[in-house]
Structure formats: structure tokens, C-alpha cells
Ligand binder design. Structure first.
Ligand SMILES: [Zn+2]
Length: 509
């Protein structure tokens, strides 16, 4: 479909650094690689391009003329654009504002990376609708300015979902008016570094807000409103996560009555008690405030790593299981998730949960975040559910990308490994593929205290996720991607981002 200039192919051949998969086409310095690119004649300097008049047309009919019969889903059409860079003007045609926005991101990246641009035509649309990044703000807290900075980068990369992991054992990070102790008491701790605080997998102490030297913080409703406005302008949906029933050490520290009716709340320190009605009352009140803050159609309810031992001994949990005819602790978890899904639906929301929500029976409309591997996602797709893939071995960005990296943990998840991820896993048929919403990189922050460290783990691997999420599969090519990553990483560093070396230092570009 695309024309390839012979000289570009030759230039590319000179740059091949390995015998791995060849790019379809080179010459355009953009991440993610557009669906179709045709070089025209002539060139324009990037400085001049910035001042060229832009002719923008928002019309589905006009865009369809450029698509020449290519079949796109409605959500793809919304993001699609046709772009012509000439010496005298820039023309953009899109069906929606979103398409115009993405066309401008392409122009922005082209102008930033090259001083002289070949005149060209680009026709482009995304492959997956969910192209996400998750940030864990509980273990360590970075705060608003950091988040805005990463949203800016995500927008340039045409990523469109920010999964905000706001609450977890070591800290509650969002203002909830109905339960002020959550932020007054459990957003703050004496030790800054997570592993100094959490010993032997049991959480440490919290201290009250205002305690001298306390580490922590949280987002006020005003902060959240600012983040959402910033994200909205960049066509990024922010999905909040409120964990249940596990990962609630901090919640129990603030409100001990939410634990099981056992001495000290039971052996497991993290779980809420799904036997008590008051637990549901708490969660519903919290969620109502969260729904008011976040317009996203999704609420992530966690659902991961609940140990469930307390429930087997707790009289309230036992009574609940008997009354509801539940056969075991897994079915009790499933009862809780289904009940919370009904609550979410009643307020026009849909739930996302980590893949443990499959255990004991999946809530009818739940979207599954497949993290253990791809098997859980496959099972969910088979059952007709939507899936977002975040498998640890490709998408967990807390894992190290090089053994020389600062505080390397987990398995090796190199840039090449991330880039090699294919979300349409083997065994997913064409008819089922629409259930694969996309992919997400997850930055857990147990060992990530500093902003520079967080960025070093995000970049350049988020560049790879962006390309897999947006670019058509046949437009990806590891060799050409390395070339673009090297140039773009240098630019991102100039803009103040910390980017891990993408290539060995002796590589020639
Ligand atoms: Zn209980």
C-alpha cells in the first residue's frame, strides 16, 4: 500500500545492526510508526514547518475518501488522521478532534527530531484502543507535577490510558471526605524508603499528617481535577484504582473495624472483611466520591493477591458464605467483586480487575487485566470478556532492563523484550480479537523512591509499548525502532526526562 523510496531503503540497509526483523519502511522519525507514510518531493525546515499555515478539516466523509475503502472500527476512525506536509502548508483531515490531536503529535515529533523534513503524506490510525501506563503512587509518592510530566510524554506517544494506582498497603493517596482518617493518618509514615518501612511483608507504622519529617502525601480533589483537565486536553483517560479486598493494610490502620472479627483482625494483615455489611458501606461511600472525581467509564477495583486465610476463620465471613451458599473463600471474593460490579453499574461504571478476579467465577461484565501471564487473559477472552494485557515478563516496568541498572529487581525485561510483545496471543481467533483492548506498562514502586529512577524505568520502554499499542503489526521493526529510540531518547533527555541508555554506548547512529 505504501510507496518506498529506493534511497531510503539503501540508507536503511547501511544502518542495519543485526539480522533481526527488517522494518517495512524507514525515513520517518516518529514513534509510534504511522500506518502509512509516503515521501513526497521537496523538503521544509522544522523551524519553517512550525510557522506554516495549517488547514484542518474535521469530516468523516473527507477522511473516508483518504482511507479509500480501508475498514476501520468506529473507535479507530475517531483517532485516525490524514496529514500532508507540503512546503507551503500543512493539511490535516480527521473525523474527530482526537484525530487532529494525533496528527499534531506526529508533526510535533517530526519537527523535534529532524531539522529538515521531507514533504510527505501520512495516513494513520491506532491498532489497539487501550494504550496505557500504570503508576503506583502508594509505595512511593511522586505527586502532581511528576504525573503531569508523564502525561505530556504519553500524549506525544499517542498513549491514551493512565491507570492511577492510588491506594495500597503503604499509603492512601486520595482525599475522601467521608473517611478523613485515610489521608490524615495513613498517607504518612516515618520511613521514606518503602523497604525500610515494610519489614517481613508486614507493614510498618503510619504517622499523622503534619508530623515533622514524615514521608508521604496525597492528592486533594483539586489536584485530581487539575490532572484530569490536563489529561482530557491530551485525550488521555485517567482510570483510578481502589483496591479490594486485599492490599488494604493502610485502610485497616485507619479504620480497624473493617478487618475480620478475629484477634488483631486476623493473621493476614491486608484483607478487608467481606462478611460485614459495614465493609460494603465503606467501599460504596469511597467509590461514590471517586466516581464524582473521575469521569472515566471504568473503575479498577484491584482484586489481586487476597490471601483469604482470615475469611476461613471469621464468624462474619462464615455467616456470609452460609447465607449466600458460597463454597469457599474464592467464591466469597467473587461474591464481593460481583456485588461491587452491580454497584458500579448502578452508577454507570464498568469494572476492571487484576486476573485473580477470574477465581471463583468472573463478574459478568468485568474487564480483566492479565498480569500473571497471557493465559488468564486468554481464558477471559474465551468467556467473552474484554482483556488488557500487562504480563509481567513484557510489561512490568519495575523489573530491570539491564543488570547494570540501579537497584535491579525481578526478571530481565529489556527494551527488546518489551518491543517483542504481541497482545493478540496465540490461540485468539480473529473473531475474538476485539476483546483484546490493548496493553499497559505497569510501574510498581516498591524500590523506586526518586522521580529520576521512576523515569529511567519508564523510558525508553514506554516508547516500545506505545509502538505496539498504536502501530499496525506489519509496521513494526526492531532494527528501525532502535534507530528512532536512540534519536528520541536524546531529545527526551534534553527535555528533562531521565531515559535509560537504549543502545550500547559504542553504537553508531
Ligand atoms: Zn471476615
Amino acid at each position: 500500500m505504501s510507496r518506498v523510496k529506493v534511497f531510503l531503503a539503501l540508507a536503511l540497509a547501511c544502518m542495519v545492526m543485526s539480522a533481526q526483523s527488517q522494518p517495512v519502511e524507514a525515513g520517518v522519525n516518529v514513534i509510534p510508526m504511522p500506518a502509512e507514510y509516503s515521501a513526497g518531493s521537496g523538503s521544509v525546515s522544522s523551524h519553517r514547518m512550525a510557522n506554516l499555515p495549517q488547514k484542518v478539516r474535521i469530516s468523516e466523509k473527507a477522511l473516508r475518501r483518504h482511507l479509500e475503502g480501508r475498514e476501520l472500527a468506529d473507535w479507530q476512525l475517531k483517532s485516525a488522521y490524514w496529514l500532508e506536509l507540503g512546503q507551503k502548508r500543512v493539511s490535516i483531515v480527521a473525523a474527530d478532534e482526537q484525530g487532529v490531536f494525533y496528527a499534531r503529535q506526529t508533526l510535533r515529533m517530526m519537527a523535534s527530531l529532524d531539522s529538515s523534513l521531507t514533504c510527505c503524506t501520512i495516513l494513520d490510525w491506532p491498532r489497539f484502543r487501550y494504550r496505557g501506563v500504570m503508576l503506583d503512587e502508594s509505595r512511593h509518592f511522586q505527586g502532581k507535577e511528576f504525573v503531569l510530566k508523564q502525561l505530556e510524554m504519553m500524549a506525544l506517544l499517542k498513549m491514551n490510558r493512565f491507570h492511577f494506582h492510588l491506594v495500597d498497603n503503604p499509603g492512601w493517596r486520595v482525599q475522601i471526605d467521608a473517611y478523613p482518617r485515610l489521608t490524615k493518618l495513613t498517607s504518612w509514615r516515618p520511613q521514606a524508603y518503602f523497604w525500610d518501612w515494610e519489614k517481613n511483608e508486614i507493614g510498618g507504622p503510619f504517622v499523622e499528617e503534619g508530623t515533622p519529617g514524615a514521608y508521604g502525601g496525597y492528592y486533594t480533589k483539586q489536584d485530581i481535577a487539575e490532572i484530569l483537565a490536563f489529561a482530557h486536553e491530551r485525550h488521555i483517560e485517567v482510570i483510578p484504582e481502589i483496591e479490594m479486598p486485599g492490599h488494604n493494610y493502610e485502610t485497616r490502620a485507619a479504620y480497624p473495624e473493617l478487618a475480620c472479627s478475629l484477634p488483631g483482625g486476623g493473621r493476614d494483615p491486608w484483607e478487608l472483611c467481606p462478611g460485614k455489611e459495614s465493609t460494603f458501606e465503606f467501599l460504596e461511600k469511597v467509590l461514590l466520591e471517586v466516581f464524582d472525581m473521575f469521569p472515566s467509564q471504568y473503575i479498577h477495583i484491584g482484586g489481586d493477591e487476597a490471601r483469604k486465610n482470615n475469611w476461613k476463620l471469621c464468624p462474619d465471613c462464615q455467616a456470609r458464605m452460609k447465607a449466600e451458599g458460597l463454597k469457599g473463600a474464592e467464591e466469597l471474593q467473587s461474591y464481593m467483586i460481583r456485588r461491587m460490579e452491580r454497584f458500579a453499574h448502578a452508577h454507570g461504571k464498568r469494572i476492571i480487575g487484576w486476573d485473580e478476579i477470574l477465581q471463583g467465577g468472573l463478574a459478568p461484565d468485568a474487564t480483566v487485566m492479565s498480569w500473571h501471564g497471557t493465559e488468564a487473559g486468554l481464558k477471559a477472552v474465551r468467556e467473552g470478556h474484554d482483556v488488557i494485557f500487562t504480563p509481567t515478563r513484557y510489561c512490568y516496568l519495575d523489573f530491570h532492563q539491564d543488570s547494570a541498572q540501579f537497584r535491579p529487581v525481578g526478571r530481565l525485561v529489556s527494551l527488546e523484550k518489551v518491543y517483542s510483545f504481541e497482545p493478540i496471543a496465540e490461540g485468539i481467533s480473529e473473531a475474538e480479537a476485539h476483546h483484546v483492548l490493548g496493553l499497559q506498562g505497569c510501574l510498581w514502586t516498591e524500590h523506586v523512591q526518586d522521580a529520576w529512577h521512576a523515569e529511567m524505568l519508564l523510558y525508553p520502554r514506554v516508547f516500545a509499548l506505545a509502538e505496539t499499542g498504536w502501530s499496525q503489526a506489519d509496521r513494526k521493526g526492531w532494527t528501525d525502532f532502535q534507530r528512532r529510540v536512540a534519536t528520541f531518547s536524546a531529545l527526551a533527555r534534553k527535555w528533562g526526562y531521565t531515559v535509560f541508555p537504549a543502545l550500547p554506548l559504542n553504537s553508531t547512529l
